[in-house]
Design a protein around this ligand. Structure first.
Ligand code: NAD
Ligand code: MG
Length: 400
């Protein structure tokens, strides 16, 4: 049977998810055509990717990279048209020719292009969890109003999506006989580290995840378990459930990617090697399955599956996120913003590892709650929290 060719824009192509996406797409060149790829730095890599995937457009987040990109394009003989800036990111996410948008920019910078894709009714493969945590129901509603589809790429949410019944009604667990969602997490690199030495954790140690190879921001978030906190909020929004419907389970082997518990005693789990190409491939052609280049799971080499509850003293950021979700959108928008500032300060070696939580907690304490729904109010709350968090970083540096 002849396949329909689908056209894709990959936002954040130079990142970990972006590279994995282009890898899966390249295995099925008869099914996908790359419309645009985007990146914020690594201009040379971006142009090499454009050459390899035959992308029609290349979008640079920063205007100042244009001359370098032009020179590399001429050296490499790349035909793609080079565009720059925020408007270009939004236009390649919403262009009429585009069927699929992979949202894989890290952080709040991904919000506007993802919203543009939602407004244009695209199939959105959502990796960029921060955009959903930051804007919450706004993104979901805009997607629904414009017949856009959001398919979860975060491995846990993709797993939950696979374990839910195919006729699951948004927000309605009980009609599907579901009693809870089990969100799993590895516990990161410091699951067994002596708590008294947490303040000595270096950037290199925090970025060295035992099971997954990821970008720096999500690696630090995994070490603090803020990643699981953001994922908790993401799960509430994506599946329309309450915080109380979600159980968080530590599973250090990262083979089970999440589960759904049913009232008859059944628990359905999704398993696989920790390789993001599985959820990416699942999202690209859902409901059809395609090869992803992922090694088959070898059960004979697995020694044990273990499970435990994440401890509050070790992972205070996770519990801050759970609390913020309970408070509402104003708090989750602020927490996401504060955490981006705190992680950046940690990566720049301006603060220590344990100060990430102090900044997040103190920002939530200092910020005024407000009604957050429109894009303007989301951006206002995000900006307000960033200002507060930056001030706290300075106070820490000055020893206040
Ligand atoms: P990464 O740091 O490897 O890549 C980020 C991409 O975003 C790069 O292409 C970078 O150039 C681009 N970018 C950064 N700042 C930008 C800006 N201001 N404007 C435009 N583009 C910008 O990150 P990643 O690990 O690929 O993660 C991407 C997203 O996917 C994150 O939201 C992360 O939480 C989520 N995610 C990642 C994984 C994973 O395994 N890496 C798993 C689940 C979810
Ligand atoms: Mg995840």
């Amino acid at each position: 049977m002849e396949q329909l060719v689908q056209t894709i824009t990959v936002l954040g192509a130079t990142g970990s998810i972006g590279k994995s996406t282009l890898d899966v797409v390249s295995r099925h060149s008869e099914r996908f055509r790359v419309f645009a790829i985007t990146g914020c730095s690594q201009v040379k890599l971006l142009m090499q990717q454009a050459k390899a995937c035959g992308s029609r457009y290349v979008v640079l987040a920063k205007e100042e990279d244009y001359a370098e990109a032009k020179a590399i394009a001429s050296d490499l003989n790349v035909d793609a048209e080079i565009l720059c800036g925020q408007d270009a990111l939004e236009s390649v996410s919403s262009a009429p020719e585009v069927d699929i948008v992979m949202a894989a920019i890290v952080g709040a910078a991904g919000l506007k292009p993802t919203l543009a894709a939602a407004k244009a009714g695209k199939k959105i493969l959502l990796a960029n969890k921060e955009s959903l945590v930051m804007s919450g129901q706004l993104l979901i509603d805009i997607a629904n109003q414009n017949n856009a589809t959001i398919l979860p790429i975060d491995s846990e949410h993709n797993a939950i999506f696979q374990c839910l019944p195919h006729d699951y009604q948004y927000g309605n667990l009980s009609d599907s006989g579901i009693s809870s969602i089990l969100l799993t997490g590895s516990g990161g690199p410091f699951r067994e580290r002596d708590l008294t030495s947490f303040s000595l954790i270096s950037v290199e140690q925090a970025c060295d995840h035992p099971n997954w190879s990821m970008g720096q921001k999500i690696s630090v978030d995994s070490a603090t378990m803020m990643n699981k906190g953001l994922e908790f909020i993401e799960a509430c929004r994506l599946f329309g459930v309450q915080g109380a419907d979600i159980e968080i389970v530590l599973h250090p082997q990262s083979i089970i990617h999440s589960m759904v518990r049913y009232i008859d005693g059944s628990v359905i789990a999704q398993m696989g090697n920790p390789d993001m190409r599985t959820p990416i491939a699942h999202g690209l052609t859902f409901p059809e399955r395609i090869q992803a280049g992922v090694e088959p799971l070898d059960f004979m080499s697995l020694s044990a599956f273990t499970f435990s509850k994440p401890c509050k003293a070790r992972y205070p950021n996770l519990y801050l996120a759970i609390e913020a979700e309970r408070e509402g959108q104003s708090a989750t928008t602020a927490l996401n913003a504060a955490n981006e500032i705190a992680v950046e300060a940690f990566l720049n070696k301006r603060i220590g590892f344990t100060e990430i939580e102090k900044i997040n907690k103190e920002t939530l304490h200092r910020i005024e709650p407000s009604e957050v729904y429109s894009l303007e109010s989301v951006l206002e709350q995000d900006n307000g929290a960033r200002m507060i968090a930056r001030k706290i970083v300075e106070e820490i540096q000055q020893g206040v």
